[in-house]
Structure formats: structure tokens, C-alpha cells
Design a protein around this ligand. Sequence first.
Ligand SMILES: NC(=O)c1ccc[n+]([C@@H]2O[C@H](COP(=O)([O-])OP(=O)(O)OC[C@H]3O[C@@H](n4cnc5c(N)ncnc54)[C@H](OP(=O)(O)O)[C@@H]3O)[C@@H](O)[C@H]2O)c1
Length: 441
Amino acid sequence: MEKKQVKVGLMGLGTVGTGVVRIVDAHQEDLFNQTGLSIEIHKILVQDKEKARSIVIDQEKITTNADDLIEDPDIDVIVEVIGGIHPTKDYLLKALAKGKNVVTANKDLMALHGAELLHKAQEKKCDVFYEASVAGGIPILRALVEGFSSDRITKMMGIVNGTTNYIMTKMSKEGAEYREVLAEAQALGYAESDPTADVEGFDAARKMAILSTLGFRVPMNLEDVQVRGISKVNKEDIAYGKKLGYEVKLLGIARRDNDEIEVSVQPTMVHKSHPLASVNGVFNAVYVHGEAVGETMFYGPGAGEMPTATAVVSDLISVVKNMKLGVNGRGTVAPYKEKKLKTDDKKFSKYFIRLIVADKRGVLAQITNLLAEKDVSLDQVIQQPYQDSGQSEIVMVTHTSSKYNVASVLKTLEGMDVISEIKSYYQVEGTDKEAGAVHNE
Ligand SMILES: NC(=O)c1ccc[n+]([C@@H]2O[C@H](COP(=O)([O-])OP(=O)(O)OC[C@H]3O[C@@H](n4cnc5c(N)ncnc54)[C@H](OP(=O)(O)O)[C@@H]3O)[C@@H](O)[C@H]2O)c1
């Protein structure tokens, strides 16, 4: 007999899980019209059965035993919105082994163990969809897999962590220091009490591993992503950046040249003419450059109950459509290209460097001679007295140079008598001619 209803096992009833229940309840008619099947949340796994919930739920559906979902032969799809690696990985592997399709919002799990889950899914002819794991409400994964399937993506840059973008925006708009803004973000609930995963760039790195795997069709691991967080960004860097035409953003950067790839997360000077420079507050955005299409950008809420739940339910709809057609697990294209990571001599960018130097005649000349020796040339320079210290501050932006050469410049500068301190250095983006993304300077 043909199926009339799809039964869902929902793991987690927190922020996102609650949104999923709301959308499935409110959109029954649309869901039926789109899929030809009605969708029922059949059982819900939580940690604490007695917890007060903001929605009315039939208590009979709630359980604290994952096997009530995994072993239930009536359940066709598991929607996992618990988060973390344990016990979710085991739950999902078991569910796949039982032939259940999976929808998850879990970037930690997908960045670290996505390949294993996807393999299991292929073996069992099941779907694993995870749109909500990157940039919450923005349908970027679907865009990469389907929208860009005929193109060749050369570059992706993402503001994929709302907490750090909130902090960088506040620092820029108010001239405030990092510590003050972080404390305020924590008080407002925009940052966790332990903010390490966000501010040190680890959360963004997970999302960039997922984006680059799908965008470049290469199996990228988390260890392949070079990470630097925002905890050392100070208000002077931001002020100098502005003077020279840049905003500092925590940017995920994934780039492919001649089949060689680099992926990083780092605080970056983004030229103000680039659309990413005006992505403010907790919003997310992903810029994608395709060889054929040129520049595109996807912008929207990166988190929150309803935006994230929308992405989850859209994945659920895809699973149900596939069920109707009997093609679950057939649409997944495993990364099929060999992974070739660039060495530092093949990574090119402009750089912002800020130095405190002795206020002596000829210092700037010494620095420019060193740069010339290392094949690094200057695009912009500011030199001015440094506070009342009798020293000078030099802020410079290089022309496009290799990371290897710039690292070598920084190392030599460190050992020079006339240099008191290398205050900071940042990669500069948004004026990048090789990627075809030329913005007005
Ligand atoms: N929140 C967002 O805006 C957002 C955005 C994008 C992606 N995500 C991802 O979505 C997932 C869920 O996030 P969330 O914010 O909804 O989390 P949350 O509010 O903390 O909810 C987690 C839910 O999982 C349940 N749970 C936790 N540990 C469990 C366990 N061991 N066994 C059974 N149930 C357990 C909790 O049960 P109790 O209710 O009984 O405590 C709760 O219902 C995470 O992977 C997160 O990264 C969230």
C-alpha cells in the first residue's frame, strides 16, 4: 500500500527543535502539497522529560530513550537537533544502519565525521542532509551543490559566525575594545560564557570545512583549515583599517587555483567596496565566485529558532520528495576530486602590517629595502608619531604577495634593531584581481 504519511523522529527539542515542531504544525497543507505526503512528528527525544516547553506537545511522544526512535520501524526520518558529537554520532550511525534518512543541523558532527555518516548513508541508500549546519537560514549548501553544479567555484569567502561578526561590528562602530564588547555580547546572550569556539575561529573553521568540501568537491578535513581568531584584534587596527578603506571581519576564505586549494579562517581587512564589508551584527553572508557566473553573494540570518528550523524542514521536504520517488541516497555526490593543498609560496594576498619603529631617519627606507629583497611591494603607507614615546608607527598595505614572502619579511623585521614591535598583520581581501572580483578602490 502506498504511504500516506511520513513519520519523523525528532532528536532534540531546544531552540531549533521547537522551531521544527512549529513549522511542521503550521505548514501541514504546504508540506502535503509539495510532497504528496503528510508529515508527522512521531516521537521526540529530549534529555529532561519534565522540562517546561514553550509549545504544547503530546507528552506521549516525548522520550529520553534514543532507541524509542531508532528502533521504531514506523519512523522514516531522524531529525537531529541535539548538537555535539556524543551521543549524536552513535545515534545517527545506528539510525542509518536501520535505513532511516537523516536531517541534521550539527556542524561539529558534519565537519568532523561527515564522511563516515555519508558513506554509511550511501551504503544504506539513505539521505543525509545538513543545510542548517552552515549559516543557519541561508540555503548556501543547496546553492553550492545544485545551483553551482555547472560552474567551477574558484573562491568562497564567508562571514559564518554571528558572534564574532557582532563583536567586530560593535568594535568598528563604537571604537570599543575587544574585551568590553565581548562582555556585552555575553550579557546579551550573543556570546557563550565560554566563547572560545567562536572567538578563536573554530566554529567558523568547521563551517569552512563543510563549504569547501561541497564547493570544491574535495574531501576537506578540519585540520586542513588554518585558523586565527579575533581575540587579538584591537581598536587601533580597526581605526587604521578604516583610514585606509577597510573593515576588519572574521572571514573564512577558501580558494582554488589550478586545482590547488587553501582554506583559512582569520581576521581580515575587507575593502569597504566589497559586499562582505557591510555585513553587520549577527548576520551571516557567503560570497561565492564561480568561473562562469562571476560574483554572487548569499546573505541572511545565521542562527535563531525559526531561520534555522526553516533550513531543517526544507531538508526534511527534500527527504520526503526523494521517498516519494524512491531515490533516497541516490542524489549524494561524494567529493570526487583529489585534495591538493597549496604551500605558502602559492598563497597570494595583499597584507596590512602595523609596526612600531625607532623615530630615526632612514628607517622606512630600511624597511622598503627589505621588502624589495623579499619581492614584496607597497601599495599604501602611513607613518606617524607613536603616542608620546619618541617612536614612529608605520602602517602599510602591500601589493599582492605570497604568504611565504610576507612571513619571511615579518621574521626579518622581528630581528631588526630599529623595529620595537610588530603590532599586527592581516590578510587584505576585496581587491582581488585574480579571482575576477575587482572592486572600486
Ligand atoms: N540555535 C541556533 O540558532 C542554531 C543555528 C544553527 C545550527 N544549530 C545547531 O542545531 C543544533 C541544536 O541547537 P539548539 O540551539 O537547538 O540546542 P539546544 O537549545 O541546546 O537544544 C538541545 C536539545 O537537545 C536535547 N539534548 C541534549 N543532550 C541530549 C542527549 N544526550 N540526549 C537527548 N537529548 C539531548 C535537549 O534536551 P532538553 O530540552 O531536555 O534539555 C534539547 O532539547 C546544534 O547542532 C546547533 O549547532 C543551532
